[in-house]
Design a protein. Structure first.
Length: 288
């Protein structure tokens, strides 16, 4: 029994295509997708078409991520009062413009966690953030790990969302994060996922890393106008792919921009983060 686990594609269809090609001759019995199909890259339509094709041909289990929640909440729609904040809202609007009604219905019907029992193998709980919350990074806190393990009976938990590969063991309990297919925080940049091998009633993880043609990725980003649609958000994407150190994420730089906004204007309410604050946060990152 072999299971492929893919998480956090973020619209990077080149990454997803490379992963699926790699898995073609690996005797994969099932696919787990942990959510975040849209995000920082311009291949949303291609990503969704590959997902639907795989769904029709293979045994697949899909979860909803926080990126899908944002679209279902309508954060990429309208709101002309947000026009002055493209680095914050631009990629949400881009995703909204490239998703179909079929895509939104697909997202709407996805769970945030599943307990899966495959033939002759122990149960696995899969989730995007944690089994209880779509955007909870529970592996970053020993206290949260203990809380989650106390709530979950299964010995195997697989989560995504952090974009970092991880392997945690507590007694008989195993928690794995496959990392991100399209936007990993692990360095060097490359496409990351997980293959689970069923062996004598146990699951054995194999973490996979594929090299990326980054210049092809940047070319598509430029062709789609992402540097104009979401200026500093996209420059941050490029920076992280080229030379990120694994410590900074889009979320951490956004948080810094919001701190600068609050310091300058007394308050900061998302998504009204001035471009000047995003620029300063990005320049701080560049300067180390």
């Amino acid at each position: 029994m072999n299971v492929a686990v893919l998480s956090d594609i973020h619209g990077n269809h080149l990454a997803l295509e490379a992963c699926i090609d790699y898995l073609e001759d690996k005797n994969i019995d099932a696919f787990f997708f942990l959510g975040d199909y849209t995000g920082e890259f311009p291949g949303i339509e291609q990503t969704m078409q590959m997902i639907y094709k795989l769904q029709a041909e293979k045994r697949c289990y899909f979860l909803r991520g926080n990126k899908e929640d944002y679209q279902l909440m309508g954060l990429g729609q309208g709101h002309p009062e947000w026009d002055a904040y493209p680095s914050t809202i631009g990629m949400l609007r881009y995703a909204e413009a490239h998703l179909t009604q079929r895509d939104l219905e697909f997202f709407k019907n996805l769970p945030i966690t599943l307990t899966i029992k495959l033939e002759g193998m122990p149960e696995i709980v899969i989730c995007h953030g944690s089994p209880r919350k779509v955007n909870e990074k529970f592996l970053e806190s020993d206290k949260l790990i203990e809380e989650v393990l106390a709530e979950v009976e299964a010995d195997y938990i697989i989560c995504g969302h952090t974009h970092r590969t991880a392997e945690v063991t507590r007694g008989t309990k195993h928690i794995w994060n496959p990392g991100s297919v399209g936007m990993p925080s692990d360095m060097p940049y490359g496409f990351r996922f997980l293959i689970l091998h069923g062996d004598d009633g146990k699951w054995i993880p194999e973490f996979v890393f594929l090299k990326a043609d980054t210049e092809r990725i940047f070319q598509e980003m430029r062709q789609e106008g992402l540097f104009e649609i979401a200026p500093y958000w996209t420059r941050l994407t490029e920076y992280m792919v080229r030379n990120g150190n694994g410590k900074h994420t889009h979320g951490s730089v956004l948080n810094r921009a919001m701190e600068l906004c609050k310091g300058k204007y007394g308050k900061c309410v998302w998504p009204k983060v001035p471009e000047e604050c995003f620029r300063q946060a990005f320049e701080e990152l560049e300067q180390g």
